[in-house]
Design a protein around this ligand. Structure first.
Ligand SMILES: *[C@@H]1O[C@H](CO)[C@@H](O)[C@H](O)[C@H]1NC(C)=O
Length: 505
C-alpha cells in the first residue's frame, strides 16, 4: 500500500527533474510571478490581476512556500523555482494514489496514471490546471459512488474548485446531479444543508483572501465570468475551430490512450441505460468538452480538468478487457502503451521548447553580478512574443526588465485594437525606432533576448550589440515568431562603428 504511494512520489519527483521545457506562460505568470510579488515586493502582475478575475488562492499557497524559504534563508533562485514544482508533484502523487484507490486498486489504474504522458508532462508544473486536476481526482475519489455511502466530503473540494476555476462547474454539474438523484437524503436538505452551506462557508473564506490581496472587495469568479464569457476577452487569444477539442485536443492529451478510451466510450454509449459510474463520468466529459468547444479560446491544458475522468474510464475498460486475454497479449498492449507515452513525455518534456528556461537561468546569473562588474544596473529586454519566458520568479533580482505586452482591449471593444506585441511584429525596426531612444545610448537595454527568426529583421539595431549566448530551443517552430534557438545579445559599450546610430536623427 505505502509502496504504491512511494512509487508515485518517485515518478512525480522524477518528472520535476526531467521536465525542463516551457509549456504555458500561465505556469509562471499566473502563479510564481504573483507569489514573488507578494513576498518580495516585485514581480509583474498581468491584467488578470489588475482586473481581479483570478483568485489569489493558488499564488498565496506558493507564496507560503516562498516565505518559508525566505525565513530559512534558502531563497536562492533554484529553490524558488523548484520548491513550488516539488510541492505540486507531491500533490499530484497523492492524487494518483487516491486515483488508484478510487479504481479499487486495479493494476491497470496504477499503470495508466503513472504512464500518462500528458500528466507526466504537467503533473509537476506550477500551472493552476495541474493543481485543479489533482484536486479533481481527490474529490472524485471521495465521491460516494457506492450506494450506501453518504459522504459529502467531496463537496468541499468541488465548491473550492468552482470558485477558483469557474469552468470546473461544467465537469461537476453532471456528477452533482447524479449525486442529488441517488442520495438518500431529501433533496431540500442536501441542497440547503450541504451544497449551499459549504458553498457559502468556502466563498466567504475565498472572498476574504481575494479582497485582502486585491486591495478592494472582489468576487473573482463573477469578474471572470463577465470578462471571459460576456465580453469574450478570451477570443482575443486565438480562435480555434469548434471541433478542436475532439479532433486535436483530446487525442493529443490522451496520446495512445485515445484508442482504449474511444472503445470504452462507444461501449458506454451502447449500454447507456445501465447505471454506471462510467456513464456519469462520460456525461461529465461530454458536457465539459461541449462547453469548452463553445468558447473560442482553446488550449490543451484546459483538458487537465477531465484527464482523471478519461483515465478512469480507460483503466476500467482495460481491466475488463484483460480478464479474457492471455498474459502475452496483455504484455504486448502494455508495452505499446508504455512506449507510446514515453516518447512524447521525453521529447516534449526534455527537448521541445527548452530555450526559455535556459535563457532566464543565464539572465539570473548575469543579474546577480552585473552591477558589481560593470558599474551599472542591467536592463533586460525580451524582444519576443509576450510572456515567452518566465520573469522575475526565475531571475529573483529587482533588475529592470521589459517585454512586449499583449493586453486585450479592456476598456473599449475597439475592433481595430492591436496589442504591443502585434504592433512590434508588424514592423520591428519601426517599433524599435519609436520606442527605444538611442540618446543617450546608456538608456538602451543592456541585454536583448530574441528568437533567431527575428534576427534578420532587427540586424540594424543589433549592430550596437554583440551575441553572447545561444540556447537551443526546438526542432520545430511552434509559430513563425518562435525559433529554433534563443539568442542573447549584450550591448557593446563604445559608441563607435554604429551604423544604426548614424542613421538616427
Ligand atoms: C524594484 O525596482 C524598482 C525600480 O528601480 C523600484 O521602483 C522598486 O521600488 C523596487 N522594488 C523593490 C521591492 O525593491
Amino acid at each position: 500500500m505505502k509502496k504504491v504511494l512511494f512509487f508515485l512520489i518517485i515518478v512525480r519527483i522524477f518528472s520535476v527533474y526531467l521536465v525542463q521545457t516551457f509549456f504555458s506562460p500561465d505556469e509562471y505568470w499566473q502563479s510564481l510571478e504573483v507569489a514573488h510579488k507578494i513576498i518580495y515586493g516585485y514581480g509583474h502582475l498581468t491584467w488578470e490581476w489588475s482586473q481581479g478575475i483570478r483568485s489569489y488562492l493558488h499564488p498565496v499557497i506558493i507564496s507560503i512556500l516562498y516565505k518559508i524559504l525566505a525565513v530559512l534563508k534558502f531563497d536562492s533562485v533554484d529553490f524558488l523555482v523548484y520548491l513550488p514544482r516539488i510541492f505540486q508533484a507531491l500533490l499530484s502523487a497523492y492524487a494518483d494514489y487516491r486515483f488508484y484507490n478510487w479504481c479499487n486498486k486495479k493494476k491497470w489504474s496504477l499503470f495508466i496514471v503513472a504512464t500518462s504522458w500528458f500528466w507526466f508532462y504537467t503533473g509537476g508544473r506550477t500551472i493552476i490546471n495541474s493543481f485543479e486536476a489533482s484536486l479533481t481526482t481527490i474529490a472524485l475519489s471521495y465521491f460516494p459512488w457506492r450506494s450506501k455511502d453518504e459522504n459529502t466530503r467531496f463537496l468541499w473540494i468541488v465548491m473550492f474548485l468552482t470558485y477558483i476555476r469557474p469552468t470546473s462547474a461544467l465537469t461537476w454539474a453532471p456528477i452533482c446531479i447524479y449525486h442529488l438523484k441517488k442520495s438518500q437524503f431529501s433533496l431540500k436538505d442536501l441542497i440547503i444543508k450541504r451544497y449551499i452551506l459549504i458553498g457559502l462557508i468556502l466563498s466567504t473564506f475565498l472572498v476574504a483572501i481575494d479582497t485582502f490581496f486585491h486591495g478592494s472587495f472582489v468576487i473573482t469568479p463573477l469578474r471572470f465570468f463577465k470578462f471571459n464569457v460576456l465580453n469574450s476577452v478570451g477570443s482575443f487569444y486565438g480562435q480555434h475551430p469548434f471541433h478542436w477539442y475532439l479532433s486535436s485536443g483530446l487525442p493529443a492529451v490522451l496520446g495512445i490512450n485515445i484508442i482504449p478510451f474511444s472503445f470504452a466510450a462507444l461501449n458506454i454509449l451502447k449500454n447507456f441505460n445501465e447505471n454506471s459510474v462510467d456513464k456519469v463520468l462520460l456525461s461529465s466529459i461530454g458536457v465539459t468538452l461541449l462547453g469548452y468547444s463553445l468558447l473560442s479560446h482553446k488550449e490543451f491544458r484546459f483538458l487537465l480538468q477531465i484527464l482523471p475522468l478519461c483515465l478512469f474510464i480507460t483503466a476500467n475498460y482495460l481491466s475488463k478487457w484483460s480478464r479474457t486475454k492471455s498474459k502475452f497479449y496483455i504484455w504486448i498492449v502494455a508495452t505499446v502503451i508504455f512506449v507510446a507515452n514515453v516518447i512524447p513525455a521525453g521529447y516534449l518534456g526534455f527537448v521541445h521548447q527548452q530555450g526559455p528556461l535556459k535563457v532566464v537561468n543565464r539572465l539570473a546569473k548575469i543579474a546577480e553580478k552585473y552591477e558589481l562588474e560593470q558599474g551599472k544596473p542591467p536592463y533586460f529586454f525580451f524582444m519576443m512574443p509576450c510572456h515567452s519566458t518566465p520573469y522575475y520568479s526565475h531571475i529573483h533580482v529587482n533588475v529592470t526588465m521589459r517585454f512586449l505586452t499583449c493586453e486585450p482591449p479592456l476598456q473599449n471593444d475597439n475592433k481595430k485594437y492591436i496589442d504591443e506585441s502585434e504592433k512590434f511584429y508588424e514592423a520591428p525596426m519601426k517599433w524599435i525606432r519609436t520606442h527605444l531612444p538611442v540618446h543617450p545610448i546608456t538608456a538602451l537595454p543592456t541585454h536583448i533576448v530574441l528568437y533567431d527568426t527575428l534576427l534578420p529583421k532587427v540586424n540594424d539595431f543589433l549592430s550596437i550589440y554583440k551575441p553572447i549566448d545561444l540556447f537551443f530551443n526546438s526542432d520545430h517552430l511552434v509559430s513563425s515568431r518562435s525559433g529554433r534557438n534563443i539568442l542573447l545579445y549584450e550591448r557593446v559599450h563604445h559608441e563607435d562603428k554604429t551604423g544604426y546610430l548614424e542613421s538616427m536623427p
